[in-house]
Design a protein around this ligand. Structure first.
Ligand code: TXA
Ligand code: MG
Length: 340
């Protein structure tokens, strides 16, 4: 075991917070079986305590500890996509702390694909896991509540500073946006619910299950309209502090020019062509394919936010299924931007 990993395991077992890379974004980890440790996550993020967390597992073999009444579909999806960027919502097993589930009767679980995350989870399991010998690391994205998710170790330090005992540095996250969330806690005769789009697409889920997941709006949980089942599905989320607007590619240059003439400084996020050469604006260019775009999105938004302009202008992306997850993040970021 590399020294940082041994240290990370010891900290987790002592109820401290450890941030670690996953293939999607950096997670802020705590022993999922220890309610006091989990409470530190909510304090560090400034996140409301009724928002449930995802429990990260070393492998599907640990599922029975955290979930019960596991439908065949869950085993099929785990077989197809784990380790990988897919979270399953299942009926929770007895003994799973309310702190993790936000008091709901379901639990979110996933096996991350990042080698460092997997090494950490396996080392944790080998060292006997956490409270009661259970082996799961609860980890939301390691950002302040509502803000841009971190995709590099330095972002975690910027977001959370000294409230996290250790940040494991695994470089930039290869997927760049949060995992796809599929709800399998309902009637197995009905289609599964897609609670958050991500790198794994509805079409890929359909290929495995033979049925297309159904888009579910947040807040439709059985437990009451006021409890968001997916905090990332609050309208304002993943947001920069600078106001942000999505602009159709055909109107981008005119819009930027108009801003310039009105004396407002803007930062531009584009993907087809960089704004006119010579324009005195801050800009970032992302790849024009959805995977490449997703990988760079949060780091680009973070950089544009830090450039201190009056407005972030985003060249709108195509309206197609392949861009579903990116469109979701951009719309929520635009909705929450400038709110701080
Ligand atoms: O890619 C990811 O999923 C990252 C990495 C770190 O694994 N984690 C992440 O965690 O995005 P977080 O907390 O930022 O978002 C997890 C989402 C939340 O919106 C939460 O509401 C939802 O998962 N969730 C967790 N448990 C749930 C449950 N039992 N029912 C419905 N939604 C749940
Ligand atoms: Mg998050």
């Amino acid at each position: 075991m590399i020294p940082d990993l041994a240290h990370a395991v010891a900290l987790l077992q002592a109820g401290e917070l450890v941030a670690f890379p996953t293939e999607t974004v950096y997670g802020l980890g705590a022993d999922a079986a220890n309610p006091l440790a989990v409470a530190k996550i909510f304090a560090a993020k400034g996140r409301p305590a009724d928002h449930p967390l995802i429990v990260h597992l070393p492998g599907a073999g640990h599922l029975d500890q955290w979930a019960h009444d596991i439908p065949l579909a869950a085993w099929e999806l785990a077989e197809a996509f784990w380790p990988g960027p897919l979270t399953l919502i299942l009926k929770r097993a007895p003994g799973v702390p309310d702190a993790v589930t936000g008091g709901q009767d379901t639990v979110g679980v996933r096996v991350p694909a990042h080698p460092l995350a997997l090494e950490l989870l396996r080392a944790y399991a080998q060292a006997g896991g956490g409270a009661q010998g259970w082996c799961g690391i609860a980890a939301p994205s390691a950002n302040r509540f509502g803000r841009i998710s971190p995709t590099e170790a330095a972002h975690v330090r910027e977001e959370l500073g000294s409230s996290v005992a250790l940040v494991l540095d695994g470089g930039a996250c290869p997927v760049g946006i949060e995992s796809t969330i599929i709800d399998l806690s309902g009637d197995p005769a009905l289609p599964p619910g897609l609670l958050r789009p991500g790198h794994i697409t509805p079409g890929q889920i359909e290929c495995v299950l033979g049925i297309l997941p159904e888009m579910r709006v947040a807040g439709e949980g059985r437990e009451g309209r006021d409890t968001p089942r997916v905090s990332g599905s609050l309208n304002a989320h993943y947001a920069p502090t600078t106001p942000m607007r999505l602009i159709d590619p055909a109107r981008l240059l005119d819009f930027i020019n108009a801003l310039r003439h009105s004396g407002r400084r803007c930062g531009v996020l584009c993907h087809t062509q960089p704004p006119h050469a010579g324009m005195p604006h801050v800009w970032r260019m992302l790849p024009a394919d959805p995977e490449g775009y997703a990988r760079g999105l949060y780091a680009a938004l973070r950089a544009l936010d830090q450039a201190g302009t009056d407005l972030i202008v985003v060249e709108n992306i195509p309206l197609s299924a392949a861009w579903l997850a990116v469109a979701d993040r951009l719309q929520r970021a635009a909705c929450g931007a400038g709110a701080a």
